[in-house]
Design a binder for this molecule. Structure first.
Ligand SMILES: [Zn+2]
Ligand SMILES: [Zn+2]
Length: 214
């Protein structure tokens, strides 16, 4: 067992170190996982050094603007960009944190609630669990897909595309509930805790419990 690799829950790196990630340097204990959940949210700062990190809460984005990690060179995505990447200085909710209005070139203060130049509002994004997607429900996504297919033009003929389209993954019915509600054996190693009162941590086990029942 001692030679099994484990997967870091924070960055997904497989490794043999059972306590600290050799890539992102986070520890695997309960405290560390709780801290990560507290900091998580729907905002991302593009970072080649740790491209697999989870998103940040708006509170964390403010903190990082304060200490310069989030700055004029940053590329971000979040609820106000509908999860598309955008320069931080053009991103509503973020630009004023680094001293820019997203809509005009007037410099602003982080504490301003709107632009003194153009009046653009500087909204806050306290919802930790909202991605800001354009199509928030399955119905909206289906309608958008139908509209796309109705307006698509064949690249070959330049005419309206009337070939039967491939079945879209969006059109596939959701899977039935798992017929055998049994625990799925994990192939990952268990992370032993130094604290005898703490349950050993199996990376991904929470998720499997939710999906298939404990
Ligand atoms: Zn890691
Ligand atoms: Zn402005």
């Amino acid at each position: 067992m001692k030679h099994d690799a484990i997967l870091c829950p924070f960055c997904g790196t497989a490794q043999f170190n059972k306590h600290t990630c050799t890539f992102c340097h986070k520890t695997f204990g309960e405290k560390s996982r709780k801290e990560a959940q507290i900091e998580m949210g729907p905002w991302y700062i593009r970072n080649k050094a740790n491209p697999y990190a989870a998103g940040w809460s708006y509170t964390m984005m403010k903190k990082m603007a304060g200490n310069g990690v989030l700055n004029a060179k940053s590329v971000v995505r979040g609820p106000s960009t509908r999860q598309f990447w955008l320069m931080a200085k053009f991103t509503p909710g973020i630009s004023h944190l680094i001293g820019s209005c997203y809509a005009c070139p007037v410099p602003v203060r982080e504490t301003d609630t709107c632009c003194t130049g153009c009046g653009a509002p500087f909204s806050e994004y306290p919802n930790r669990n909202a991605l800001g997607l354009r199509y928030a429900t399955q119905e909206e996504a289906q309608a958008a897909l139908a509209e796309l297919e109705a307006t698509s033009v064949s690249p070959r003929t330049g005419l309206h595309n009337d070939r039967p389209s491939k079945p879209s993954p969006l059109a596939i019915a959701p899977p039935q509930e798992h017929p055998h509600k049994q625990a799925i054996a994990t192939r990952q190693a268990v992370v032993e805790s130094g604290n005898p009162n703490e349950k050993p941590f199996v990376p991904g086990a929470d998720l499997l419990d939710q999906l298939f029942g404990a």
